[in-house]
Design a protein around this ligand. Structure first.
Ligand code: Z5A
Length: 217
């Protein structure tokens, strides 16, 4: 590595059910630590006490059908809180932040999955994020069926895991479309491979990002 490490980078991990995000968050944190970078780990929906309460509202299976707009507003309400009270202050202090999911998940789940219009999502995105975007995103790509099998093996399924396979196929295609549109930000790793290979690919992608930004600093 040639240059110095810039302050305050925002990294996210995305992927469908059972892609292995939780597993690979540990790997990313370890790679960053090896490079002398401490990272603040967080997740969406959630990340602050209030946003975690909204997460519970969103994930718990319930008898009352949840209107699509209600779900979308809850997702962005949690994100507004997360961004204001955790992410932005940490970045302003020069810390690195690593989030398990962020706004790409809304485009994938509420947009492609639920079929909410791009305009509606774009309006809320503008209101809440005002142009804010991750500096680097790792997309763990796994075929929907494989991911659902992994998630099912863990036991109790949340409201999203109970959706049909079609829903999860649309989520996957949406994520891959985003990666094609933003290849500089989104790095795709084949998460259907054995864990040791996925881990090696993740290590290489994250190290590559750090070296790239340090080189250009
Ligand atoms: N959601 C939304 O709709 N809109 C939004 O804007 C946002 C979120 C932000 C909660 O997210 C839900 O919120 C999410 C979308 C919605 N849908 N659901 N459900 P979440 O990220 O908390 O939930 P999750 O997707 O179920 O993530 P998870 O529980 O953390 O699971 P995971 O990240 O996919 O991976 P894991 O726990 O690391 O791995 C799953 C299992 O597979 C586990 O047993 C591992 O040991 C195993 N595994 C991992 N990698 C491998 C490999 N390579 N081979 C074999 N087995 C593996």
């Amino acid at each position: 590595m040639t240059g110095s490490i810039p302050r305050g980078m925002f990294l996210t991990v995305e992927g469908g059910e059972g892609a292995g995000k939780s597993t690979q968050m540990d790997v990313i944190e370890a790679v960053l630590r090896e490079k002398g970078i401490q990272v603040l780990r967080t997740r969406e929906p959630g990340g602050t006490p209030l946003a975690e309460e909204i997460r519970t509202l969103l994930l718990e299976p319930r008898e009352e059908p949840v209107a699509e707009l209600t779900e979308l507003l809850l997702v962005f309400a949690a994100r507004a809180q997360h961004l204001t009270s955790l992410i932005r202050p940490a970045l302003a202090r020069g810390e690195w932040v690593l989030s398990d999911r962020f706004v790409d998940a809304t485009l994938a789940y509420q947009g492609a999955g639920r079929g909410m219009s791009e305009e509606t999502i774009a309006t809320l995105r503008h209101l809440v994020l005002d142009g804010f975007s991750p500096d680097f995103t790792l997309l763990l790509d796994v075929p929907a069926q494989r991911g659902l099998e992994r998630a099912a093996a863990r036991g109790e399924r949340d409201r999203f895991e109970r959706e049909a396979r079609d829903f999860h196929e649309r989520v996957r295609e949406s994520y891959l479309g985003m990666a094609r549109s933003e290849p500089h930000r989104i790095s795709v790793v084949d998460a259907s491979a054995p864990l040791v290979s996925v881990t090696a690919a993740v290590r290489s992608a994250v190290a590559g990002f750090v070296d790239r930004i340090a080189g250009s600093a």
